[in-house]
Design a protein around this ligand. Structure first.
Ligand code: ATP
Ligand code: MG
Length: 225
């Protein structure tokens, strides 16, 4: 079997205040898989995602991302790993002074591509999310759902191996939520592993995807029910 894109083996995360956010978690997520991370507030979902982006390191156990043992990663190698991971948040985190196109170009600018190449790739991913025609708008001229689609375009601009979404539809209406979820499916079909943390269990049930349910820092169960 091919190596998993994400592997956690007996992972425990204890914060300095003594809170056990994750407790002996073992999970593998394959290349090109789509999985939901569910569980109540405080269950450990965001902590799970932060271990993947190396914002947090495990207290105990092994975390491997794209074949790299993150515990053994040198500080200067972390940015290279992060380039392979797109992240989307509940509050979009777009720059309000920049246009839609400029927001999506940002990760490409950091990569040092020529301006015309940045533009070309940004327009390409804006087309994927259906917003190329709004490229010159400012984020606050868009609806919440549209802003989230811009954030998703920015997250996939570098064609990441992994897309992480932390409560991405928490600020959206049910109809828009559904639209955004279908968009994650499209991105997943392009070959990106997608992990979506949400406590919106109704949405998850309708999606017919893998569900990893976390309760008190433990993987409670892994089924569609
Ligand atoms: N930096 C931190 N320092 C101390 N405790 C933390 C820290 N981050 C998270 N925690 C605690 O770890 C536990 C898990 O938090 P986490 O944010 O992973 O939960 P969550 O499932 O994402 O919750 P929510 O649905 O509310 O976003 C909680 O008890 C939280 O208070
Ligand atoms: Mg959270």
């Amino acid at each position: 079997m091919a190596a998993p894109m994400i592997k956690m083996l007996n992972v425990t995360k204890v914060f300095e205040n003594g809170v056990v956010a994750l407790d002996d978690v073992s999970v593998e997520i394959g290349k090109g898989e789509l999985a939901f991370l569910t569980g109540p507030s405080g269950a450990g979902k965001s902590t799970f995602l932060k271990l993947i982006t190396v914002e947090e390191k495990p207290t105990d156990g092994l975390v491997e991302v794209a074949g790299h043992d993150v515990g053994a990663l040198r500080r200067r190698d972390i940015p290279y790993l992060r380039r392979r991971i797109g992240v989307v948040f509940q509050d979009f985190r777009l720059l309000s002074e920049r246009t839609v196109l400029e927001n999506v170009m940002l990760p490409l600018t950091i990569l040092g591509l020529t301006p015309s190449e940045q533009r070309r790739r940004a327009l390409q991913v804006l087309t994927v999310v259906g917003l190329a025609q709004r490229k010159d708008a400012k984020p606050l001229e868009l609806s919440g759902g549209e802003q989230q689609r811009v954030a998703i375009a920015r997250a996939i601009a570098l064609d990441p191996a992994i897309l992480l979404a932390d409560e991405p539809t928490g600020n959206l209406d049910p109809d828009i939520t559904w639209h955004v979820m279908k968009l994650f499916r499209v991105i997943n079909a392009r070959g990106t592993a997608v992990i979506i943390a949400t406590h919106d269990y109704d949405v998850v049930k309708r999606m017919d995807a893998r569900i990893i349910k976390i309760l008190d820092g433990k993987v409670h169960r892994e089924t569609a029910e």
